[in-house]
Design a protein around this ligand. Structure first.
Ligand code: ZN
Length: 302
């Protein structure tokens, strides 16, 4: 048992969903929690619930004019919002400031789903000890929990959850956009309750059962599809790569299958792919992302 002592107290937590309007898992969970918040209540902090992009949710689209989850400016409220989502990002930040006593929430859990076989995955944008310890806490209690560290040099993607250093996006999959898969919805809810339970004990400085170390999959680079001159993919994810998120990709393994049956093989170093064949990333030029597997010892973080 590892004691968590002298930690910064968490007073305000945000659980958001529908940041992408066609990711029904999180959107329907927060819709439910907005009318019945009982399961989210804990003894020593407040939990706020947000349906982030109701306009996109109404039309079951990822966004209306631009990706809301690339629209947050961590350094402050945007001065001249142009697109609907920029204006929404500004409005969300103002509302959070007023709900959380003039500050951003201490921790944010933003609920997403993915068409990739990511299981119950957490997307980190930093290496905060809080997040790493919480990863260990969740891995002790749930199967198939992994964390991807989206640490792109020189890039501030503008995620909703980057308004706080504690917390992360929760990406569950595989599930199609605009679809509710009850098993994944229930698992997402349990994972959120697990995060809130962890915070309750964190605030009390109570000992936790934690593993000695956790794996962390760190961003290396995005891999795009081969493209035809009109910009469309010239090949598909190879069947032998499909669904192999968080599994080692070795030199010579098949990655793409052309429509003429030609196989493209991985020529790089041994790495661990994530977000393989994510529907929303066709437009972003990402067929999959390769990561490096790190092993983080938790005892050094206490
Ligand atoms: Zn999403």
């Amino acid at each position: 048992m590892t004691p968590l002592l002298n930690q910064t107290q968490v007073r305000h937590v945000l659980v958001s969903g529908g940041t992408h309007g066609n990711e029904y898992t999180g959107a329907f969970l927060v819709r439910h929690w907005l009318s019945d918040q009982g399961g989210l209540e804990r003894s020593n902090f407040s939990t706020h619930v947000l349906l982030s992009n109701p306009e996109a949710f109404k039309i079951c689209c990822r966004y209306v004019e631009r990706d809301l989850n690339r629209s947050f400016n961590p350094s402050g409220v945007l001065a001249n919002p142009e697109a609907l989502e920029l204006s929404r990002a500004t409005q969300i930040q103002r509302e959070l400031l007023s709900k959380c006593g003039g500050q951003m929430p201490d921790a944010i859990f933003d609920l997403h789903s993915t068409t990739a076989n990511m299981g119950l995955s957490l997307v980190f944008t930093n290496r905060e000890p809080f997040n790493l310890l919480l990863l260990g806490y969740l891995r002790e209690r749930f199967e198939n929990v992994n964390a991807y560290l989206w640490e792109e040099p020189e890039s501030k993607p503008g995620f909703l959850n980057s308004l706080s250093t504690k917390g992360f996006a929760i990406e569950v999959g595989p599930v199609a956009n605009g679809v509710l898969n009850a098993d994944l919805v229930l698992k997402t809810a349990q994972l959120v309750f697990g995060c809130l339970d962890f915070i309750e004990t964190w605030n009390r400085g109570e000992p936790q059962a934690l593993p000695e170390a956790v794996p962390l999959y760190k961003f290396v680079r995005h891999i795009d599809y081969p493209r035809t001159v009109d910009g469309l993919p010239a090949a598909m994810i190879h069947p032998q790569l499909q669904n192999r998120d968080f599994q080692e990709l070795k030199k010579g393994d098949p990655i793409f299958l052309g429509f003429d049956g030609t196989t493209t093989h991985w020529q790089g170093e041994n790495l661990w792919p994530v977000f393989i064949n994510e529907a929303a990333y066709y437009e972003k030029g990402i067929a999959f992302t390769v990561t490096q597997r790190l092993e983080i010892e938790l005892k050094n973080l206490i």
